[in-house]
Design a protein around this ligand. Structure first.
Ligand code: SF4
Length: 329
């Protein structure tokens, strides 16, 4: 009896080594792998770095909704598009803390606060710093997403106890101008650098399904994986098309291309938590299961889950149960 010939597509690359020198060619080659090979490699890397049955769960609260001066083509909160989202004022600190307490009681370990700003004004930053202090005092990890930050602002947030800052690169440098014109890619990279320098963990990823080409997904992942320190959290979003935004009616992305993007993020950023973010509501259970197989190990719970009965939350729990996954401590 003879042994099967070795498969040349099989690789012997170590699975736990974190590299920052990924070339576009290498990332492109990963995207081009046969699906079973890509999934196998991603699962190998996942297992070498994490318990594949654990999923980190974050809770997100919009502390300042709508009326944003930026023109991100996917976003219902931009004041430039008529999407029916009303501009609201920054929430009062007591209300935010009440939501954080509810999140904690519901089992969340991290509480993310999002504000629809181009960048925070100093007065607003005072309020957010007070919120961060308050949430931290409840024993929760803190995360914020407030737009662009200066080095001094990042430092102030760190001093208030901010653990994570979210700032996405969204897409490739080449495609970025098609999606946002009110700031540039370098602005994003500068904020990420300020956050990093302040000693705050970085949460940074992007969106797929915005009409970008495969090369843009390659460019986005290569940029993220080429950062001097990989983001601790890498959210990968599937575009949710919102009525009134310029991306309404874009061609739908094949869910398998979404899964591939997750897998390539997992392989190139082995020690990062890869978050299956927006778009989950429209995904089949099968697609979500493939994402977990491809190395996704974090999900978001939306804000309304905290105070109102939420069928979405029950559905999520049922899916995690069905797949034998459990919440990361
Ligand atoms: S900066 Fe944020 S809130 Fe403002 S339009 Fe862009 S994505 Fe929306």
């Amino acid at each position: 009896m003879s042994l099967a010939a070795p498969n040349p597509a099989h690789h012997s690359a170590p699975t736990a080594i974190v590299r920052h020198d990924w070339t576009r060619e290498e990332v492109r080659a990963l995207f081009a792998l046969p699906f079973p090979e890509l999934m196998f490699r991603a699962a190998e890397v996942h297992r070498a770095n994490f318990d594949p049955c654990e999923v980190q769960i974050s809770t997100l609260l919009s502390i300042k909704t709508g009326g944003c001066p930026e023109d991100c083509a996917y976003c219902p909160q931009s004041a430039k598009y008529d999407t029916g989202v009303k501009a609201e004022k920054l929430m009062e600190i007591e209300k935010v803390l009440a939501e954080a307490r509810a999140a904690k009681a519901a089992g969340a370990s991290r509480f993310c606060m999002g504000a629809a700003w181009r960048e925070p004004k100093e007065r607003d930053l005072d309020s957010v710093c007070a919120m961060v202090e308050g949430v931290k005092a409840l024993g929760l990890e803190t995360c914020a997403t407030l737009g662009m930050l200066t080095g001094t602002q990042a430092q102030r947030l760190r001093e208030s106890g901010l653990d994570y800052y979210n700032h996405n690169l969204d897409t490739s440098p080449e495609f970025y101008g098609e999606i946002i014109t009110t700031r540039c890619y370098q602005d994003r990279l500068d904020t990420l650098e300020h956050v990093r320098e302040a000693g705050i963990n970085v949460c940074c990823g992007g969106i797929v399904g915005m009409g970008e080409g495969i090369e843009d997904r390659v460019g986005m992942i290569a940029t993220l994986a080429g950062l001097p320190v990989h983001p601790e959290s890498v959210p990968i979003n599937m575009l949710v098309q919102v009525e009134g935004t310029p991306l309404e009616g874009s061609a739908k992305l094949d869910p398998l291309d979404f899964v591939r993007t997750i897998a390539v993020a997992r392989i190139t950023m082995p020690a990062s938590v890869v978050r299956l973010s927006a778009g989950r509501e429209e995904m089949s259970e099968e697609t979500q299961a493939l994402c977990f197989l491809a190395g996704a190990n974090s999900i978001f719970y939306g804000p309304k889950l905290l105070t109102t009965p939420n069928p979405g939350r029950d559905r999520d729990m049922a899916l995690l149960d069905k797949l034998g996954l459990r919440a990361m401590e």
